[in-house]
Design a protein around this ligand. Structure first.
Ligand code: ADP
Ligand code: ZN
Length: 363
C-alpha cells in the first residue's frame, strides 16, 4: 500500500493507495480515536456491485454502522439529500466524534463531505473514492459542496478528511466514459507540473485503457502527489491552486453551453486544455510541437479533441461567467512547457476566439 501525506498543519492526513482497501478503511474508522458510530454514504450503482462485500467487512469491525444509499448522478448533490443525511445522522445518534464515510464517486464524496463539514459543525470524514476522477481530483483537497438549482457547487465548504483510501481495483467496474472523465485531470497534472509524468502517460496508453492495476496505481499516485503538493501550499485557492484550473476555463463554458449533457467533465477539460495550449502557442509561450503532443495524447486516449456543438459567441460570453473570472478578467492558465504553466488575465479577445475556432467551435 502506498501512502501520500497531505501536509496541512493540524488538518494533515494520509492518502492510501492500493488494492482491496475497504477493509483498511473499516479498520481505520474503528481503531482511530473516533466514536464507534459510522454513517456510510454510497450510491445505488456502487451498492449493487460492492454492497455485499461492504456489509461483510463492516459487520466484522463495527456493528454500529448505518448505510445511506443515494441515487447515482449529479442531481443527488442536493440540499434535499443533505437534509436526508442529517436526518439519518440525528436518528442514528451520531455525535461529534462519529465518522461519516463516503464510498463512491465525486457526487457521493462532495455530498457526504458537505454533510460531515456541517453536521454538529463538523464530524470526522473518511473518503473511499471509487471513480478515477474522485481518486485523482475531488477526494484530494477538501472541497465539498452541493448544487443549487441556479448553479453547480454553489453551497459548500473547505473540509479535510481524516484519511482517503483509494482502492484501484474498484476501477475495474467503472464504465468506460467515467474512466475518461478522470483521464482529463490526469493529463492535466502532467502539463501543469511534471514533464516526466506526461511522457509516462504517452508510453502507457494501452496499460491505462486496459486498466492495468500497476499502471493505474502509478498514475493515481503521481496525480495525488501533485494535487497534494499544490493544495498544501494553497489550501483555500488564493494563488498557486489556480494552476489546477488548466483547461477548465474553456471546459466550464463548454459544459454550461451544452447543458452538462454532451460532454462529461473530463472530456470538456481535455478539449479545454487543447484550447488553452493553442492560446499559449499564439502568444508565443509554447511551440507547436508540444501542443501537438498534448492533442495526440488526448486523441490516443479516445477522447474528443474538438467541441462540435457550440458557437463562439455563446462560449465567449460563458467564459466571463466562470467562478474564476474576477472583475471581468478571465484568469487563464497558460502552458510554457510540460511541467510549467503561467497565469495571465491579459489574453486578447482575438486570440481567444481564434483558439476557440481551432477546437471546432463555430462562428
Ligand atoms: P464523478 O466521480 O465523476 O464525479 P459520480 O459520483 O457521478 O462521478 O460517479 C459516476 C458514475 O459512476 C455514477 O453513476 C456512479 O454510480 C458510478 N460509479 C462510481 N464508482 C463506480 C465503480 N467503481 N464501478 C462502477 N460504477 C461506479
Ligand atoms: Zn476538473
Amino acid at each position: 500500500m502506498e501512502k501520500i501525506k497531505v501536509e496541512l498543519g493540524e488538518n494533515s492526513y494520509d492518502i492510501f493507495i492500493g488494492e482491496n482497501l475497504f477493509e483498511d478503511a473499516a479498520k481505520f474508522a474503528v481503531s482511530s480515536n473516533f466514536s464507534k458510530k459510522i454513517l456510510i454514504v454510497t450510491d445505488e450503482n456502487i451498492f449493487n456491485i460492492y454492497g455485499e462485500n461492504l456489509r461483510k467487512i463492516f459487520s466484522k469491525y463495527e456493528s454500529n454502522f448505518e448505510l445511506e444509499i443515494i441515487p447515482p448522478g449529479e442531481t443527488s448533490k442536493s440540499l434535499e439529500n443533505a437534509e436526508k443525511l442529517y436526518t439519518c445522522a440525528i436518528e442514528s445518534q451520531l455525535d461529534r466524534k462519529s465518522v461519516i464515510m463516503a464510498i463512491g464517486g465525486g457526487v457521493v464524496g462532495d455530498l457526504a463531505g458537505f454533510v460531515a463539514a456541517t453536521f454538529l459543525r463538523g464530524v470526522n470524514f473518511i473518503q473511499v473514492p471509487t471513480t478515477l476522477l474522485a481518486q485523482v481530483d475531488s477526494s484530494v483537497g477538501g472541497k465539498t459542496a452541493v448544487n443549487h438549482k441556479l448553479g453547480k457547487n454553489l453551497i459548500g465548504a473547505f473540509y479535510q478528511p481524516k484519511a482517503v483510501f483509494i482502492d484501484v481495483t474498484t476501477l475495474k467496474s467503472l464504465p468506460e466514459r467515467e474512466l475518461k472523465a478522470g483521464l482529463g485531470e490526469v493529463v492535466k497534472y502532467g502539463v501543469i507540473s511534471d514533464a516526466n509524468f506526461f511522457s509516462y502517460l504517452e508510453k502507457n496508453i494501452e496499460g491505462i485503457l486496459n486498466r492495468n492495476v500497476e499502471v493505474l496505481k502509478q498514475i493515481i499516485k503521481r496525480s495525488c502527489e501533485i494535487k497534494a503538493e499544490v493544495v498544501s501550499k494553497d489550501e483555500k485557492e488564493s494563488g498557486l491552486r489556480k494552476i489546477l484550473n488548466f483547461g477548465h476555463t474553456i471546459a466550464h463554458a463548454i459544459e454550461e453551453e451544452t447543458g452538462y449533457k454532451k460532454y462529461c467533465h473530463g472530456e470538456a477539460v481535455a478539449i479545454g486544455m487543447i484550447g488553452a495550449a493553442l492560446i499559449s502557442q499564439k502568444l508565443g509561450y509554447v511551440d507547436a510541437e508540444k501542443v501537438t503532443r498534448l492533442k495526440n495524447l488526448i486523441k490516443n486516449f479516445g477522447m474528443y479533441t474538438h467541441c462540435e456543438d457550440c458557437r463562439i459567441d455563446g462560449i465567449y460570453r460563458a467564459l466571463f461567467r466562470d467562478k474564476k473570472t474576477i472583475g471581468g478578467k478571465i484568469n487563464w492558465v497558460l502552458m510554457k512547457d510540460f511541467g510549467i504553466v503561467e497565469i495571465s488575465d491579459k489574453v486578447p479577445e482575438k486570440i481567444i476566439k481564434e483558439a476557440l475556432q481551432e477546437i471546432g467551435i463555430m462562428d
